[in-house]
Design a protein around this ligand. Structure first.
Ligand SMILES: [Ca+2]
Ligand SMILES: [Ca+2]
Ligand SMILES: [Ca+2]
Ligand SMILES: [Ca+2]
Length: 346
């Protein structure tokens, strides 16, 4: 009996060791395979490969592929493709859905050579018992797409999508990857302080947010972004501070503060954390320098923090705009923003 128990324990330990491997969850993997070898038949670098493209669109009538994957210690990779053969005549090129489990802080990314040429590529993430509660989203921008999620442990569906006004000329393979996040730890001192907002708090507004209309450059020629002189390298953290003033405006935001910065030649991801105290609702937007069309919108309603992780273009000038939502309380509010650069090999 004791021998039987020992054998059972050894078997359980072996199974547990397999479960630690960054995501090789194929149930048919043989027990004596090396811990990080891909399961039988999978392409190199893939922990799961798309199996039934024609029936995995849950936005239509399909069902998610049950990958059996969970987030492990490394990067878990799902390999799929945006098929060029089933454009729906409207805007849908291909939508695929994959079910997997994760917990806590994760980063979800999508990459694929050729995906940048498709009009809109991203990933929607759904949780809840019926997988109908949106837990997050990725937008492909630059050379990949990324987002950081903080979610309860559970099972989620990831839906990579490609949308365009016409069919693709050729199928575009993609990798959808999930790994544990390294949070952008907020800096609490120093940095570049807002300096040019003026008595009316409009000196650095730059972008207007008219109700019911798209964002636009302000009509005033007198406002300019704050020149932070920050160039974010992949390992950099930088801090910006300012004051969201209590001003009356006919706009969706009261005080808007815009800060110019640039990315280094190897920086293709950025995490931004904005923190403040009190009841104000601050949001932030990211614009390519000179444009009023946002590439990132961080519009959460959590008290005292607004944070997002996203892909970004290397060697590019950007504007970070921090705005105080109109109609709330808690202004003026002093804020600190921390920018954390990163490099991801797509
Ligand atoms: Ca599909
Ligand atoms: Ca597909
Ligand atoms: Ca200000
Ligand atoms: Ca301002």
């Amino acid at each position: 009996m004791r021998l039987l128990l020992a054998l059972l324990l050894a078997l359980l330990l072996a199974l547990a060791a397999c479960g630690d491997d960054g995501g090789s969850a194929a149930p048919d993997a043989s027990l004596d395979a090396p811990a990080d070898a891909p399961a039988d038949g999978l392409p190199a670098g893939c922990d799961y490969a798309e199996q039934r493209d024609a029936t995995n669109d849950t936005v239509a009538t399909g069902t998610a592929e049950l990958t059996g994957l969970s987030v492990g210690s490394g990067r878990t990779v799902i390999c799929g493709a945006f098929e060029h053969t089933h454009f729906d005549g409207d805007i849908t090129v291909d939508i695929d859905a994959y079910r997997m489990t994760f917990d806590g802080d994760v980063v979800i990314r999508i990459a694929g050579a050729g995906a940048q040429a498709i009009e809109l590529v991203g990933v929607d993430i759904y949780g809840g018992a019926a997988f109908d509660q949106r837990a997050g989203a990725v937008t492909f921008y630059g050379d990949h797409g990324a987002t950081a999620l903080r979610v309860p442990a559970g099972t989620y569906e990831l839906l990579p999508f490609a949308l365009a006004s016409q069919a693709l000329a050729a199928t575009v393979p993609y990798t959808l990857s999930i790994e544990r996040a390294t949070p952008c730890a907020p800096l609490t001192a120093g940095g570049v302080a807002e300096a040019n907002d003026g008595a009316a708090s409009t000196g650095n507004d730059v972008v207007a947010f008219p109700s019911g209309a798209p964002t636009a450059l302000t009509a005033s020629p007198a406002d300019l972004p704050e020149p932070t002189a920050i160039t974010i390298l992949p390992t950099d953290r930088a801090r910006i501070t300012g004051l969201a003033a209590d001003v009356a405006v006919a706009d969706r935001y009261e005080d808007k503060d815009t800060f110019a910065f640039a990315t280094g030649s190897a920086t293709n991801e950025l995490a931004v954390h904005v923190g403040w105290t009190g009841a104000a609702n601050l949001d932030f937007y990211l614009f390519e320098e000179g444009s009023a069309d946002p590439v990132v919108r961080a519009l959460g309603t959590e008290a005292g923090v607004e944070a997002a992780t996203f892909s970004i273009k290397p060697g590019t000038g950007y504007w970070l705009l921090i705005g105080a939502k109109a109609g709330g309380t808690g202004l003026p509010a002093a804020y600190g923003a921390t920018l954390c650069g990163a490099a991801f090999a797509p």
